[in-house]
Write a protein that binds this ligand. Structure first.
Ligand code: HEC
Length: 229
């Protein structure tokens, strides 16, 4: 009798242990364990070498990387005036670019060259800036090619500093386009810097969704809901 009750005690204890344990909550096999349990990789894992080289953990862009919306660098040196002369804008400029160019001109150039581009901006007119800014609608600069004006923005000229740091590639061409436009209205050659069929479009941002799509989409969604209620 004692033997049986001991066995009974053992099994009942075993039953309690098993039923209270986590065992039953864990189902058997995991299907595709490599997908269920992802292999976590710490950030900065494997960058020790990069840190040793750069003194920083951050991975640097590959040399020669060009930011989105930026043109390929033209590598025209300051004294390479022949190459500068034939350099042309590689962007598809639109009306919007022209408007942006006008704004940027007023911010960065107008103070010296004047809002009429006659070289008589407020800074020079007030006597605070001694050097006479070029008259952009004068005979000499009227004959400048777009590339030459661009060159002046990138490298500056004598007392005029470079504006390459303030204006990115596209913005420089926007300013050039605005100057060329005003020049064309003041005896310069015809203005041709906008791409054809570009009127009213803004090539800087993604194309806007079509008007029709916008108007139709909510209608089809709303109707079934109302019927259910
Ligand atoms: C601080 C005043 C100042 C500002 C701002 C300025 N310029 Fe000038 N700019 C000058 C002066 C001064 C000259 C004349 C340099 C010379 O011929 O000695 C000049 C010359 C020029 C020329 C003729 C270059 C040449 O090769 O003869 C162009 C084109 C020009 N500027 C465009 C611009 C544009 C575009 C901007 C705006 C991004 C600008 N400038 C901003 C002062 C300025």
């Amino acid at each position: 009798m004692k033997k049986y009750s001991l066995i009974l005690l053992f099994f009942s204890l075993a039953l309690i242990v098993v039923s209270c344990s986590e065992y039953s909550r864990k189902p058997g096999k995991t299907y595709a364990p490599d997908m269920v349990y992802s292999r976590a990789v710490d950030y900065y894992h494997g960058t020790e070498k990069i840190e040793a080289q750069n003194g920083s953990y951050n991975k640097m862009p590959v040399s020669g990387t060009i930011a989105r919306e930026q043109a390929l660098p033209d590598h025209i040196g300051e004294n390479d005036t022949n190459a500068a002369k034939v350099n042309t804008c590689k962007f598809d400029l639109t009306d919007k670019d022209l408007e942006k160019g006008r704004r940027l001109y007023m911010i960065y150039c107008g103070i010296c060259h004047g809002d009429k581009m006659d070289g008589n901006g407020p800074l020079y007119a007030s006597g605070k800036f001694a050097a006479m800014p070029a008259n952009l609608i004068g005979e000499k600069i009227l004959k400048f090619s777009q590339g030459q004006i661009y060159h002046a923005i990138v490298y500056g000229k004598n007392m005029m500093g470079s504006y390459a740091a303030q204006l990115d590639t596209r913005q420089r061409w926007q300013v050039v386009a605005y100057i060329k436009k005003v020049q064309s209205e003041n005896g310069g050659e015809a203005f041709t810097m906008l791409s054809k069929g570009s009127q009213g479009k803004d090539s800087l941002s993604a194309p806007a969704p079509k008007q029709e799509d916008k108007a139709e989409a909510p209608k089809t969604e709303e109707k079934p809901k109302e019927e259910k209620k």
